[in-house]
Design a protein around this ligand. Structure first.
Ligand SMILES: Cc1cc2nc3c(=O)[nH]c(=O)nc-3n(C[C@H](O)[C@H](O)[C@H](O)COP(=O)(O)O)c2cc1C
Length: 408
């Protein structure tokens, strides 16, 4: 965890807590009135685990951010703060905001939304605040302040300064202009926003979605974190997906290998007899069927493999497709030290190639052609004979790991 500082409206100092990797896409959490960033607790943790960089802000007059002497807690100041933060971030976060935070976020994203953020989640944000709801918000703040006078972690001057009706009206006006994927989440038994008002608001958004969390009036609560986390992560993954690794010509070969590794394969050991009569062979997953008639297959061999010169020249070779019990064989024929054949059961096949006994299948081939292929060569074989075992499962290889068949 680290702290970040921003300069907000009129230079006010604002503080945020940051967790997660700098490389991950960011989520900016904005709490409600009379709360601090601490309210997000486990939500921040769940988002971090889901691969997001989480920035939890303290609004002005709250927690570690400045409590301005001039007592400016009007919409202009709050909205100015958030726009300044978004401009200073250097990344376009998904803004997740509840109650007061939601009013501020909606108004801040009324203009240039796509330049400042990549999505918006509004939680329990009152839409049209009637005097009764407005009174409730004031009461709630007064209650909290009254519980521990002088100790609340926010500036109690806020109680008189907040104009809930004005802020809610401003959010209503902003709705149609928020050009971002937006999720509105409401506590199903909310007292501060009705379902009708919320869904009417969502209908005005250019790209809105609506969700409800059961059995609660307020969603950002300890006992509702799991439900909220679920909605958030689902929304983020759909609407603000994590960037995928990318390979471009000239990037490192490792990334290219990783990209290729997304193609799941079986595993083979390609074998031949060298001119001095000893067997050679190596593990290869570049096996492909080529032609049915005539029967042909291919395998790609690295030019710098020690067995490459022999495989290139051999008139005959075999491709042994490994079964699930032959992982040690695969390792042996891909590794350095061991005498590969001494530790592996094998025999000379009908066409004079080393056949690894107990393989899933073994193809004995005559060399048909050799094509150059960059740092590999493509060895095409004409299949003379294939034996195969119909009952065993294959050894699989995917993303650099051995795998076994799995039927969902
Ligand atoms: C699953 C797996 C698949 C492989 N596929 C190939 C392949 O298609 N072609 C290749 O040249 N090397 C491939 N290799 C690497 C070789 O098996 C490895 O470099 C081996 O040590 C080469 O042996 P050699 O240099 O003694 O001939 C693969 C290795 C593994 C583990």
């Amino acid at each position: 965890m680290s702290l970040m500082e921003f300069r907000g409206f009129a230079g006010v100092r604002l503080e945020a807590e940051v967790t997660g990797s700098e490389d991950d896409p960011a989520v900016l959490l904005v709490h409600g009135a009379g709360q601090t960033r601490a309210v997000w607790g486990n939500v921040a943790e769940a988002l971090e685990l889901a691969g997001r960089r989480v920035i939890s802000l303290d609004l002005r007059g709250h927690g570690g951010s400045e409590w301005p002497d001039d007592g400016r807690y009007d919409p202009e100041a709050f909205v100015g703060d958030l726009r300044a933060i978004l401009a200073q971030l250097g990344t376009r976060p998904v803004v997740v905001a509840s109650t007061l935070g939601g009013w501020i976020a909606a108004a801040a994203l009324e203009q240039d939304a796509a330049m400042l953020a990549s999505g918006l989640v509004l939680i329990d944000v009152p839409v049209d605040v009637d005097p009764i709801a407005s009174g409730r918000i004031g009461e709630r703040l007064r209650d909290i302040a009254g519980l521990a006078p002088g100790q609340v972690p926010w500036d109690t001057r806020l109680i008189g300064a907040l104009d809930a009706s004005a802020m809610a009206a401003r959010m209503g006006e902003a709705a149609a202009k928020i050009a971002l994927p937006t999720l509105y989440v409401r506590g199903a038994v909310s007292e501060i926003v009705s379902r009708d008002d919320a869904t009417a608001f969502v209908a005005r958004l250019p790209d809105g979605e609506f969700a409800e969390v059961e059995d609660t009036a307020l969603v950002v609560r300890e006992d509702r974190i799991d439900a909220l986390g679920g909605y958030l992560i689902d929304f983020l993954e759909r609407r603000a997906p994590r960037g995928s690794p990318e390979y471009r010509e000239g990037s490192d070969a490792r990334t290219f290998r990783d990209a290729l590794g997304c193609f799941a394969t079986g595993v083979t050991v390609v074998t031949a007899i060298s001119p001095d009569g000893t067997p050679v062979g190596l593990t290869a997953n570049s096996f492909t069927s080529v032609s049915l008639d005539p029967p042909q297959l291919l395998v790609c061999i690295a030019n710098n493999a020690s067995s490459a010169p022999f495989l290139r020249e051999a008139d005959r070779f075999a491709v042994n497709v490994l079964q699930i019990g032959q992982q040690p064989t695969s390792n042996r024929f891909a590794g350095k030290s061991e005498d590969r054949f001494a530790a592996t059961p094998w025999e000379i096949g009908e066409y004079g190639t080393p056949v690894l006994t107990g393989s899933l299948s073994s193809f004995e081939c005559a060399r048909e052609a050799v094509h150059e292929g960059g740092d590999h060569f493509i060895l095409v074989g004409h299949v003379l004979k294939a034996i195969f075992e119909p009952r065993r499962d294959p050894l699989l290889y995917f993303r650099g790991k051995y795998r076994k068949l799995h039927f969902a």
